[in-house]
Ligand binder design. Structure first.
Ligand code: AAM
Length: 340
């Protein structure tokens, strides 16, 4: 392992972006990963199109938060234009069509976690994704887009008995609401906190979302071929790391996130990474150096992470690309896709 911000070796990484949905996102006030509730379902499809093509194709619009914070997929795309990484979009349960070429692992949209089994096919999804992770080339960098995903991550962490909190796409994390939803989900699934510590796949099936099942499988597969693995994201990737550890995998893992997650007072991502034996890489894109109203939302704690942004920024650093170049490219993308 090197001191590089991402886990890599001399070969080019595969950047897997897992995109999907959970009906948990429809709970009022739980997510800002879309301008309004009707658009949340389109966010993962749009994020995949943005990273693949640089522009929405079937998706109606570039995802923004209700206040106008642009999707982190813009940042991942900007880095891709500068670094040129290989992209593998995996359908982790999309509910709207995406024009991005996708790999199927049998995932369908996740139900609300207050249903007894929101991801009934979790075992099959994990197994298929494992085979994809095993077959992919080079180091694996894996990111996600699933609105409501921090709530399902909290569900999984709770079922596993892990004490870590989760972050949020909202500037003020609705943690009370999330805890209440997770309590109701435990009751609906007839579980207690920690009762699935020995059954990670069941923890995703009963308390999680199909994206987490897919990420878990990809990582287990990449670990089996001894590839360097980077979890590109924040606290949802903490839940993925917990699933992998509870599956008995002790392969080295890097968690590559943004300074916005690291700076989130509602959660201690450093402690979580350490407890799960993950190397932590934090990158600050320096948006506060720009006088840009859209990107300034990040400095205000909106968005924070998603679509593999932290891992993409880490890849830029590894490739020797200055953050100033990344910022220029993000602004150019923003102006083309959203406006001046
Ligand atoms: C993904 N696309 C996004 C976005 N995310 N577009 C705009 N803003 C975001 N934050 P929550 O649980 O609060 O919904 O946060 C998780 C979501 O936010 C995920 O979809 C993640 O990729 C990010």
């Amino acid at each position: 392992m090197t001191d590089s911000p991402v886990a890599t070796d001399s070969t080019d990484p595969t950047f897997a972006l897992v995109v999907g949905t959970t009906e948990t996102a429809a709970i009022d006030g739980i997510s800002a990963a879309g301008a309004n509730p009707a658009l949340l379902d389109h966010t993962p499809s749009a994020d995949a199109e943005l990273v693949a093509y640089g522009t929405p194709v079937y998706a109606p619009t570039v995802p923004v938060s209700p206040g106008g914070c642009p999707t982190p997929a813009l940042v991942t795309r900007a880095v891709r234009e500068l670094v040129g990484f290989d992209l593998l979009v995996v359908d982790g349960g999309l509910s709207a069509p995406s024009a991005a070429p996708t790999v199927e692992v049998g995932a369908t949209p996740g139900s609300d976690i207050r249903e007894p089994t929101p991801v009934p096919d979790a075992a099959e999804i994990v197994d298929r994704a494992r085979r994809v992770g095993r077959a992919a080339d080079g180091p694996l960098v894996v990111g996600e887009s699933v609105p409501g995903g921090t709530t399902t991550a909290l569900g999984v962490l709770t079922a596993l008995g892990e004490p870590f909190g989760v972050s949020s796409s909202l500037p003020t994390n609705p943690l009370e609401l999330k805890r209440r939803v997770v309590e109701e989900a435990l009751t609906a699934s007839d579980l207690d906190a920690g009762s699935l510590a020995g059954s990670p796949v069941e923890a995703v099936a009963r308390m999680g979302d199909p994206v987490l099942a897919t990420v878990m499988g990809l990582v287990v597969g990449a670990a089996a071929r001894d590839a360097p693995v980077t979890l590109a994201g924040g606290t949802q990737m903490v839940a993925a790391a917990a699933l992998v550890r509870h599956a008995g995998v002790d392969h080295p893992l890097t968690l590559a996130t943004t300074s916005f997650v690291d700076g989130d007072d509602s959660v201690d991502v450093r402690a979580a990474a350490e407890a799960l034996d993950c190397r932590l890489s934090v990158t600050d894109p320096g948006f506060d150096r720009l006088d840009h109203a859209g990107l300034a939302h990040y400095s205000d704690g909106v968005g924070k992470e998603g679509a593999g942004m932290g891992g993409a920024l880490a890849l830029a650093r590894t490739a020797g690309v200055e953050m100033a170049s990344v910022r220029d490219r993000v602004v150019a993308r923003y102006e083309r896709e959203i406006g001046p």
